[in-house]
Design a protein around this ligand. Structure first.
Ligand SMILES: [Ca+2]
Ligand SMILES: [Ca+2]
Length: 238
């Protein structure tokens, strides 16, 4: 059979209709349209097995360490703790946080993180500043808990905020031994996670509250493996 090659129509950039009898690379064009071949079940199973095997290899690596922006390798527990501390910091000093509602009376501020998850105001607030026990929506002052949802329980079984190693995050504040928190003391409030060793290493004595500015100030080595977040003063530890 004498077959002429199809002529290309330049004006319309189209090939003329194919001759159904013409074979292209041994397959009729009609059969290309009719049988688009999919994956067989066996091929799909093999692909799934490869994906599962990859996940089994990669997921434990993600669980163990993650590279941080400064090039360190941080564990998932550390990342969880840093995230939790940031959420806590926002609950304290962020928009509509505790400080916004209570900072004009620093002695009414919470002294334990477990107080932040409670809809009821802390006992010392109810005793010392009963006028702040209810939130005034016009002046936007007074207790408006809970400020954060609990993530675990403390040693006494109370709902509280725990770090990535399962220990309650501690709020440290300078009382200056008189049992009250004044405005200056409230500046040095800080949140402390016990870190991987599960023990609070950061000293709580008043001389050690301010970070970095004088000889007695808190240094990095004082804090051991703890993770510390200062609520109001910048962290200038050396
Ligand atoms: Ca005091
Ligand atoms: Ca520690």
């Amino acid at each position: 059979m004498n077959v002429h090659p199809p002529e290309f129509d330049v004006r319309h950039c189209q090939l003329p209709p194919p001759d159904p009898g013409v074979k292209i690379a041994g397959i009729r064009r009609a059969s290309i349209r009719g049988t688009v071949r999919g994956f067989s079940l066996l091929e799909l199973v093999v692909v799934m097995m490869v994906l599962v095997a990859t996940a089994i290899i990669v997921l434990p690596m993600l669980k163990t360490t993650v590279a941080t922006s400064d090039g360190r390798q941080a564990t998932a527990s550390e990342i969880t703790t840093r995230t939790t501390l940031e959420v806590l910091r926002q609950a304290m000093v962020g928009d509509q946080g505790v400080m916004e509602n209570l900072a004009h009376e620093p002695d009414a501020l919470p002294r334990e993180v477990s107080e932040l998850v409670d809809p009821q105001p802390p006992g010392h607030l109810q005793r010392n500043k009963p006028q702040l026990a209810r939130f005034d929506s016009i002046y936007r002052i007074g207790w408006r808990g809970p400020y954060i949802q609990p993530t675990g329980k403390n040693a006494e079984g109370q709902p509280t905020i725990i770090d990535g190693w399962g220990h309650e995050i501690e709020m440290q504040v300078d009382f200056d031994d008189d049992g009250q928190v004044n405005a200056e003391e409230s500046r040095y409030m800080r949140l402390v996670s016990a870190g991987p060793n599960g023990r609070i290493d950061t000293p709580q004595d008043p001389a050690n509250m301010e970070p970095g500015h004088h000889d007695q100030a808190l240094t990095m080595s004082d804090c051991g493996d703890d993770l510390v977040v200062f609520l109001q003063v910048p962290d200038s530890r050396q």
